[in-house]
Ligand binder design. Structure first.
Ligand code: PMP
Length: 308
């Protein structure tokens, strides 16, 4: 994959520099121990013809919260980082982009606190992350990290060892993506996305506590509210999930993407008749600032009853 070329510009500690010329210290806690925090953000070309970073404030606020959770110094202001991000997009001539801010430590091989942090903001072009086709999901043998041992609400670099193990295992077994449980065996999230399922015309999603509090998850809940779709946060097992009518992942990179099956058990509801499809469309409208037009969504989300 080519994330950058010799002309690519990144924002690094207040300066706009060439990615190919920027240097990172080899003797730091982030590279060696995974003590770093990052964000995954998207910008979109809107229906108004401009470039808009979706939920920029929420993402940079979460970056700060993640850094504070890991005791990493964080001396930047959300508004300044948003300005810098628009400037990096402009300098790289990107509109529909993935934005990756990373906060990392200076040289320090001890476990002691750092007195400062570095920040880099990288941007690259990104289309669909998990593709467009429905996903065949594996209930992973990997569990999410124990919240008693990690700051699981932080988007910390080291947590992604767990994500990579689960994702690679699922793909090696012939599936598209993994679904991880928490340490108690309850459904948690994907390696890089939250999930919802539909049952009898209502949506359910794992409650906060063992998962990353996804900004897309919050957006989906907001959209449900606007569209009068019932949604409940609760604790449930993989076996319960296999009784669902339909299911989907949601995340900044994944956006809203439906599931075909879980452990080869197919979901009975046609994706095109699911609430997930309604929300997929509504999400696309929200990120591109097209106003919600309920009549365009009419006929979608008919549920299983439409078969009768
Ligand atoms: N869970 C995990 C583990 C993730 O990495 C992500 C992606 N940041 C999500 C959920 C979804 O979060 P968001 O909607 O904020 O991108």
């Amino acid at each position: 994959a080519s994330y950058y070329n010799e002309n690519t510009i990144v924002y690094l500690n207040g300066k706009y520099v060439k990615a190919s010329e920027a240097k990172v210290d080899l003797y730091g806690q982030t590279m060696h121990y995974g003590l770093g925090v990052f964000e995954g953000i998207r910008s979109y070309h809107t229906v108004h013809g401009n470039t808009k970073i979706f939920k920029a404030v929420e993402h940079y606020d979460r970056l700060r919260n993640s850094a504070e959770a890991l005791n990493m110094p964080y001396n930047w202001h959300t508004v300044d980082l948003i300005d810098a991000t628009y400037e990096v997009l402009r300098q790289n001539n990107l509109q529909d982009a993935y934005i990756r801010p990373l906060v990392y430590g200076p040289a320090n091989m001890s476990f002691n606190l750092n007195s400062e942090s570095n920040i880099v903001i990288e941007v690259w072009e990104m289309g669909k992350f998990l593709g467009d086709k429905l996903l065949r999901v594996l209930a992973s043998p990997f569990q999410r990290p124990n919240p008693g041992g990690f700051k699981i609400e932080a988007k910390a670099c080291g947590h992604y060892v767990n994500s990579i193990l689960a994702s690679q295992d699922a793909k090696a077994k012939g599936y598209d993506e993994a679904l991880l449980t928490d340490m108690h065996g309850f459904v948690a999230e994907g390696p890089g996305a939250n999930m919802f399922y539909e049952k009898d015309g209502k949506l359910y999603t794992p409650a906060l506590g063992h998962i990353l509090p996804g900004i897309t998850r919050a957006t989906v809940i907001e959209l449900c509210d606007e569209l009068n779709i019932a949604v409940e946060e609760k604790t449930f097992t993989v076996d319960e999930l296999k009784q669902a009518d339909a299911a989907f992942f949601c995340g900044t990179a994944a956006e809203v993407i439906g599931w075909e099956s879980l452990d080869k058990v197919k979901f009975p509801l046609d994706w095109n008749n699911s609430l997930g499809k309604v929300l997929q469309q509504a999400y696309k409208d929200r990120v591109t600032e097209r106003s919600l037009a309920p009549e365009r969504l009419d006929g979608l989300g008919k549920g299983l009853k439409s078969k009768e």
